[in-house]
Design a protein. Structure first.
Ligand SMILES: C[S@@+](CC[C@H](N)C(=O)[O-])C[C@H]1O[C@@H](n2cnc3c(N)ncnc32)[C@H](O)[C@@H]1O
Length: 100
């Protein structure tokens, strides 16, 4: 199974058509992991979210999710992914900045 990295249409690109993230994971991989380790309504935590594949799939499988990502460009990628594909726009207060 070619599960290590995301390929094809699923792969997010930047404005220049280059890969937005070097290790974006495939939806099918997260689907397997989430289905086998959680139930509907559970909260799934991804503390290194990248482009948010975990939250994207968790949402589709009726799980709640918390994602943490330190790079602004990937956070923007998550927002784009959710708004374009799922029509979910995060409220500003739900995107918390580093409080240290
Ligand atoms: C392997 S990638 C995750 C890829 C993700 N599963 C996807 O499908 O796009 C790991 C991510 O963790 C982030 N990261 C690394 N250290 C972190 C930290 N201390 N806090 C938050 N995010 C962190 C990196 O910026 C990177 O985007």
């Amino acid at each position: 199974m070619g599960y290590a990295l995301c390929t094809g249409k699923e792969r997010m690109k930047d404005e220049e058509g280059k890969k937005l993230h070097s290790t974006q994971k495939p939806i099918e991989l997260l689907k397997r992991i989430i289905l086998t380790t959680s139930k509907e309504g559970d909260v799934v935590l991804d503390p290194m979210a990248g482009l948010g594949t975990t939250g994207y799939v968790a949402n589709a499988l009726n799980r709640k999710f918390i994602m943490i990502e330190k790079e602004e460009k990937y956070i923007k990628g998550i927002q784009r992914r959710f708004s374009e594909k799922l029509h979910i726009n995060f409220e500003k207060e739900k995107i918390r900045k580093d409080i240290s």
